[in-house]
Design a protein around this ligand. Sequence first.
Ligand SMILES: [Zn+2]
Length: 482
Amino acid sequence: MQTKKSENFSEWFFELLKKADVVDQRYPVKGFLVHKPIAAFAERQIYKLFEEELEKKGHKLMRFPALIPESVFAKEIEHIQGFTPEVFWVEKAGTDELPERMGLRPTSEAAMYWMYSQWIRSWRDLPFKVYQECQVWRYETKHTRPLLRDREFYWIEAHDVFATREEAEKQVLEDMDTTEKVLHEQLGLPFLFFKRPAWDKFKGSEYTFAADCVMPNGVVIQQPSTHFLGQHFSKAYDIKFTDEEGNEKHVWQTCYGPAVSRILASLIMMHGDDKGLVFPWSIAPYQVVIVPVLKKEADTEAIMNKCKELEEKLKAMKVRVVLDDSEKRPGAKYYYWELKGVCLRFEVGAKEAAEGFVTVARRDTGEKERIKDEELKEYLERVPGEILKNLREKADKNFENVLHEASSLEELKEKLEKGGFVRVPFCSVELDGEECGGVVSKETGGKVRGKLHGADEKPAEGEGCIVCGKPAKEYVYVAKEY
Ligand SMILES: [Zn+2]
């Protein structure tokens, strides 16, 4: 890599996507990205981690159509008003004008809830928990960035239905737990949940919680968000059930949306280094590369035999292994596979072949050690967990001093330069605070992320809003975001 991660973080990231051949941006529709094998593979693994967690928690997989008739979309007013500027519309089919234009789903509430109203009848049908994995399309007007903000992206959306408000609000907490289990525990990405201000909530919801990750340059990336929809959509789409006493009621709903391509971007940013990509074992497209180190002609056969035996052995253990027997020099192979983020490199030379061991280099730590052939199985059972733990601990350390405080706009601006979140007294996270939120963005380049979930904070008594000076009702956190 030409650009150093510590010197120009954004440059480093975009150079890495290109050099390691993760994505290709040359497709002739702006903001539409080609996901090359590394990206597509890693994303599929991320999907699997979420599937497992969602299904464990009672969700069923379904698939819904991508086209949504405008009349169906328009049932929830706030929702369609919020999304209309971002919708791609289909108005023609072949040479025929369509009687009604159709939106390409920017999200699937309308498509799914229209169907939910056909299915849900009785308390026995509840809770009803469904997810789908799909592409969505949003005509982003902000500057697009590969994997971070594309006009077509890959995600999961879970849409749950309950008989009571309490159950639905519990689901929001369950979604947060799913985020913790996958993002932090399995992918090594720490985050904080914020309750978004009223002007920044999901359109059509009562409230939104969103997870914010902090990248090594201090800039924040929004990750999965979970929304309490209340009865807004059930009233608009007429989703009703009959309770045990025979009363007809509208259901309570939630939705949750982890964006898989954006999670991949955060992973690359967080764990990657100046040599290239670094992946946790579970999602790595390449887990082991075997590199023969050939010096004397006389040793070649023994070395190659050992390499092939190792390859077979690892395949039998379901390890994603490549034997690099190309003509390149070993040094060039090391460089190439480090760039691609292979977790382990097995070097096999004359000594290894003769003495029954393998020299193993770990991508995440750079450490090398000798592993005896008979200990390889045990090593491969142990090391994936160690790699994940190491990556997670490094990321957690990076996350340690991300909370700062400020009591004026100037101080906020100054603190934002350090990166992370800055806590400030603020007039209101309800709609009447929107104007002050706008001033914060304009004056400091930061954005109000909302109230920190789980923080045991006293109300901001006696303090004034850092913008308007009116008595502050709460503390909010501000950060710069991608
Ligand atoms: Zn204010």
